[in-house]
Design a protein around this ligand. Structure first.
Ligand SMILES: [Zn+2]
Length: 202
């Protein structure tokens, strides 16, 4: 699914970091692993490996692969680590069908920043996310998806592919013409309020 707000997330992060400064300029490998253990425990998700890579990778401060965060030179910062761990938490929660930098991911990330770096840092990140229209409200997402679906139904389209949440699920089905609040997938019916992202419409 298209990662529509990635560039805005990156821009907001750099702006927020400029506001709050480097909260832990000497993050060590051990610190990073300790934070990772706390985050996974607090989020009640399975553990994640933290690998420190001495070789830079062009264009990357860090990255997340399955159950592994890699930190590159320049990425030894708590905010960068939390960004990647938020990907881990979302992955373990099963939101594979969502964009990498989904609203759910952004909310998880902001909450982590508040929890591990404090309210002031979280306020700066929240402000910069809002300023750049980075979505971090799953409810706002749901409302937008429903609006798109209703517009689509009004113009004759019926078939949609969506990512649902609670539980996360990728489905394709018909938007009922009689009731635009439900999605019919084979013999099952899902409330459209669970829809978070639209993949395709026809
Ligand atoms: Zn990311």
């Amino acid at each position: 699914m298209r990662d529509w707000q990635k560039a805005r997330v990156y821009a907001a992060e750099r702006a927020a970091e400029a506001l709050v400064g480097d909260e832990n300029p000497h993050l060590t490998a051990q610190d990073a692993r300790d934070i990772c253990i706390r985050v996974c425990r607090d989020a009640e998700v399975s553990g994640c490996r933290v690998t420190i890579c001495a070789e830079p990778r062009k264009g990357f401060l860090a990255e997340y692969g399955i159950n592994e965060v890699i930190l590159y030179p320049g990425g030894m910062r708590t905010t960068v680590l939390l960004h990647e761990l938020a990907h881990h938490v979302e992955m373990v929660r099963g939101r594979y069908a969502f964009p990498d930098h989904s609203a759910e991911w952004a909310l998880t990330y902001l909450r982590m920043i508040g929890r591990y770096l404090g309210d002031e840092v979280a306020a700066a990140f929240t402000q910069e996310f809002e300023r750049r229209d980075v979505h971090f409200s799953p409810e706002v997402r749901a409302a937008r998806v429903r609006r798109v679906a209703v517009n689509m139904a009004n113009s004759g389209g019926k078939w949609v592919e969506v990512a649902l949440d609670d539980p996360p699920k990728h489905v394709a089905g018909f938007l009922s013409q009689a009731n635009r609040d439900i999605l019919v997938v084979n013999d099952k019916v899902y409330p459209m309020r669970k829809a978070r992202y639209i993949e395709g419409v026809s």
